[in-house]
Design a protein around this ligand. Structure first.
Ligand code: DX5
Ligand code: ZN
Length: 229
């Protein structure tokens, strides 16, 4: 299984966002994860399309994975596509027509993704599995970096991977986000996750390249172990 590592810019030094974006690309990671918050869907604000445009300008070849923690992503996704997102993820709990918004994102020529909060069951995303490029399982309550991984999300990861296999999409990109370090990445990989968002662990590492390699190695070693045959 292909393993994907995505540093989350939320944990970067905001005085040096350009340099931090270059550091993420040079680390050997696969894409930059950008967290967009509206102080309504989650109790925090982060940044908007201009920061996505900054990343496109500074690291044009490094994919930009945009996680929209917005109540009405249908009203804003186009601005992020125009700014340079290469994939846009919306929450299944959002107040919009989720299927239509996913289709509209894909119609703009970028990858689309569905994501779910810890309290939302795996079955909420099953109807969308055939219509998305990525699924993101939140392994903390969305809104803040630096929180502890919720181990009770592991069965949800396995349930989504099993359903993707059942629906004929065994290679679906299944991402986890929140509290990811080598140990938690290994546990998520064992349950079927193959893409790993990490803010604190990667941006606070003195050697991000070594940290990315180590996380990739940890996930590769355990992938699928807890899925059963
Ligand atoms: C939280 C964001 C995460 C955040 C993860 O709402 O979706 O992407 O950056 O941060 P860490 O890796 O520090 O838990
Ligand atoms: Zn995120």
């Amino acid at each position: 299984m292909e393993i994907t590592i995505l540093p989350s810019l939320l944990a970067a030094d905001y005085g040096r966002l350009g340099d931090e974006s270059r550091r993420a690309e040079a680390s050997g990671a696969d894409a930059l994860h950008l967290d967009i918050m509206d102080a309504h869907f989650v109790p925090n604000l982060s940044f908007g399309p201009d920061v996505v445009a900054m990343a496109k300008r500074v690291v044009p070849s490094f994919p930009r994975n945009v996680h929209l923690m917005l109540s009405e992503p249908n009203r804003y996704y186009a601005r992020f596509v125009d700014a340079g997102a290469t994939s846009v993820q919306i929450h299944v709990e959002a107040s919009c027509n989720v299927g239509e918004t996913l289709a509209a994102i894909r119609a703009r020529g970028v990858r689309n993704g569905i994501t779910l909060k810890p309290a939302t069951p795996a079955s909420a995303v099953f109807p969308f599995l055939s219509q998305v490029d990525e699924v993101l399982v939140m392994t903390v309550e969305p809104g803040y970096g630096g929180q502890s991984f919720m181990a009770d999300m592991l069965p949800k990861i396995a349930a989504i991977r099993r359903e993707a296999i059942r629906q004929g999409a065994p290679n679906l990109m299944l991402m986890v986000d929140g509290g990811i370090n080598d140990a938690t990445a290994a546990r998520c990989a064992a349950h079927g996750a193959n893409a790993f968002v990490a803010g604190t662990t990667l941006f606070r590492a003195t050697d991000m390249k070594a940290a990315v390699a180590s996380m990739r190695d940890a996930a590769t070693k355990t992938y699928g172990r807890e899925l059963g045959a």
